[in-house]
Ligand binder design. Sequence first.
Ligand code: CMP
Length: 136
Amino acid sequence: MSNMEQTLSIIKPDAVERNLENEIKEMFKINGFTILKEKKIQIEKSEAEKFYKVHETKPFYNDLCDYLSSGPIVVMVLEKENAVFGNRELMGATNPKDADDGTIRKKYGISIDKNSVHGSDSFENAKIEIDFFFKD
Ligand code: CMP
């Protein structure tokens, strides 16, 4: 049965800064994702705080929001069968040192903070995160 889904992906400042945008997009395409929408933007810290609100009680919240707003990012809507789970598999573990070979974070991630990509963690959050960046 078909389960076409969309998920939100962000290429984070560390990866944009190292000019990895095209290589990372290629990894999505090779793995069967269609990039339906994309834009390169820089967000305010206040917007990062809204985006990462689920993490507001975490000790790393402030640094995380400083970081996401520190430079240009590329936000994308990816589409594929089971896109949410598939994107999480392709990204690999949050901490690049725990990520499996062949994953984006293993290949490009520098640290748990500078882990190159974000991806929605559930179908519900994917809808919320896509609306956050692409509601018009
Ligand atoms: P991301 O998938 O964008 O979601 C939240 C981010 O917080 C995560 O990737 C990491 O880059 C960052 N982060 C920093 N410290 C931690 C931590 N201890 N656990 C989880 N995420 C962390």
